[in-house]
Structures are given as structure tokens and as C-alpha cells.
Design a protein around this ligand. Sequence first.
Ligand code: AMP
Ligand code: MG
Length: 417
Amino acid sequence: MEYLSVSAAQRCVFESVATLGVETVRLEQSLGRVLAEDIRANRDLPPYDVSAMDGYAVRSADLTGGPVELDVIEDIKAGDMPTKAVQAGQCARIMTGAPVPQGADAVVRVEDSETLSDGRVRFIKAAPSGMDIRLRGEGMRDGDVVLAAGAEITPGVAGVLATVKCAQFRVYRRPRVAILSTGNELEGIDEPVDPNKIPDANSYALMAQVQALGMEPVLLGIARDDPAELERYLRQGLEYDVLLVSGGTSVGVHDYVRPTVEALGVQMKFWRVAMKPGHPLAFGVLQRADGTASLVFGLPGNPVSSMVCFEEFVLLALRCSMGHARLHRRTVSARLAHPVKMRPGRTEFVRIVLSRDGEGYVATSTGNQSSGALLSMARADGLLVAPSDSNGLVAGETVTVQLLDGAAFQNETGYME
Ligand code: AMP
Ligand code: MG
């Protein structure tokens, strides 16, 4: 089989994924879930013209510039309804969010007024009609779609759902994900340290990557490089919607993952992708007679490769099956701080740290880029994506960086524009 390009392999994954049905959740339990229905406003908001400030509701015709003194006819707090209309020479004290009384067409903030000893209020400046009034329906209009299916429940979205009184709603079901590590050399996290063994990092890095997407994966443990043992574990893993297997997908004589999943009915879609790190990566689908399916990713054993393959392919599959409208990591442009050597013919993912100077983001390698150097991933803000036709990158070149989890925060200060 040919090496697939990263984009062709992503397309193949995308075309193999379907959403898994819907369920109803309460707003309190919905953070990170994805709406499976459009949500509409159930009334105009604000429901009437309201004051945007604490101050005085006035008639703009009374305040044309120059001092004017008005009688205060009423005190309107948020939650009150005005009882009187404002006539010429009058105003009403009004609080933020309170309905603007009839007759008034502007609000003057309290800072721009002066209360006189006889209780009247003096204004100096002109008040154009509409000033500091929020119009009925300005926030949302009754019946409008305010959130579309495919939107993730973020804090802002939760606020909107509460605003339209949506206490429960339909979201897409989340895929159930199983994780399996393979290799005779692997040592489980609770086993005593054996100098001849390699600690199982992948189960936990993949676990956290899945958790960061809002799912609770199941760790199946470590399977030895033994066809019968592997088959037992893989059978168990195929009961989940998505099975992530790391290690054993290469062409070594003890790499049994691919033949074993095939023997269990999984149709392999690809097992070679032109990328670094990442090779070898296998992807297949178990299609059952009842219409359900399981996706299997055979990820490389090297911890960085496994994580990068998760970022580029598994993330796409999981977000897609969760119904997300946004499937890909956000990218930013950055200037490269140093040259990067490359061989053309494969897409390279370089782990980088982002910083900022006066001109924008600067990308600097996290250091040793070996696919076993997990620290390079732990320190990274993002993955520099170097296109497969590149012979190498030069210092100062503008590059594309995919942001990783955690890159939304930084410890520099002083650039709040
Ligand atoms: P493999 O793909 O099975 O040939 O493994 C490639 C390399 O990744 C080997 O050096 C393995 O020891 C290492 N490796 C495989 N699985 C894991 C794991 N779960 N955690 C850490 N390293 C691993
Ligand atoms: Mg192995």
C-alpha cells in the first residue's frame, strides 16, 4: 500500500465516522457537550426598552445643551414597572435594566447630573434621543435561532441556554473509548520499577487526550506481544465505539495488531501515512450487521508519535462522532526562531513553544524532536505543521502552528490590547 498523505488519511477517517445518536442532558451537566438541536429565543430580550445606565430618563427635547433643571417624578429600579409618563420639564430616576418610562427617549448617567437642594436635578450636556437605552429585542428576538446544532456548550453558551430557559436539551452521545497498550517490554504504572522495562506512558497520555475532549476512556491495560493474548484484549476493545491501540502496528515479526484486528472482522482503511512523527499508523472500521460500528486506531508505540497521531486523526474522529461543528484545532501563524531541517515527501509536526514579540507569535522548538522524547510534547504549546513539499524551513519564515491543550494560557504579561 502507498503512503497516504495526512490530508487524504484525515478525509478517510472523516468519511468513516458517524454520530452516535442523541440523549437529553440537564444544563448543569452539559459543559463540553455538543447541541443536537437548534435553540431558539423564547421572547424578545430585553423585553422592553431599558436603561443601560444608572441615571435619569429624560426627554431629549428638554436637553439640547446648556443648563436645565428637571423635576424627578419617580424612582424606577430594575424589576419595577414605571407608573408615570415623563412630561416636558420632568425626568425619572432610573437604574440599569429598568424599563424606560413613556415620554422619555434618553438616559443621562448619574455622573452627568447634579442633584439640587430642592430635589430637582440639573443637567448641562445635551442628550441625543436613544442615548444609553437598550432597545427591546436588541439582545435576541423571539423565535430567532440563537444556537445551532453542532455548537459546543461553553460557559457563554450555557449563559445563553439559561437566558432562553432551556434547562434541558438534546446533545450528541459521546463515543465510548477504550485504550490498550501493547508490548512485552511495558511496565504498568503500579508495578515495581524493573530496569529492563519501559514504563507504559501511552495509556495515560492517550487517556488524558481523550479526557481533554470531554470523554471518560477505559484503560484495558497492557497486552503482551502474543497473538492469543492480544486477540482477547482486542475483542474486549472492539465492544467500544473507538479502540485506541498503541504499539505493535509496524511490520516487525512481533507486530500482531493489524493481522489480529483484521481476523476479528475489522476492515483496514490505511496503515501508512506520510508523516513524521507518526508512522506507522493504522486505521480500520468494524462494521456490524446491526448498523453499529467501531473504529480502531493502531497508533505507533513511540509516545510522541502516538500523541501526534491522536491530535491529527483520533481527535478528528472523536469530535466528529460527538457532533462538533468545529473539528480541527485552531492554528496561528508564527515566525520561526531558527531553521528546521526536513526531508520532503512527508508532513512534519515539530513540537514548539510559542512566545510573542512586537510583530506577533514566535515559534521555538521544544528541543530534542525524537519520537521517543515525550518531554518535547509535555512542554509544547503547539505543533508546527511543515508541509510535505518542504526541503526545510529557514529562520524568520512564517509557519502554521496547531495549538495544543493548555496553549490558551501563557505567563507573559503586557499585551492586553
Ligand atoms: P512499537 O510500535 O511497538 O514497535 O514500539 C515503538 C517504541 O515505542 C518502542 O521503543 C516501545 O518500547 C515504545 N512503546 C511502545 N508502547 C509504549 C507505551 N505504551 N509507552 C511507552 N513507550 C512505548
Ligand atoms: Mg511493540
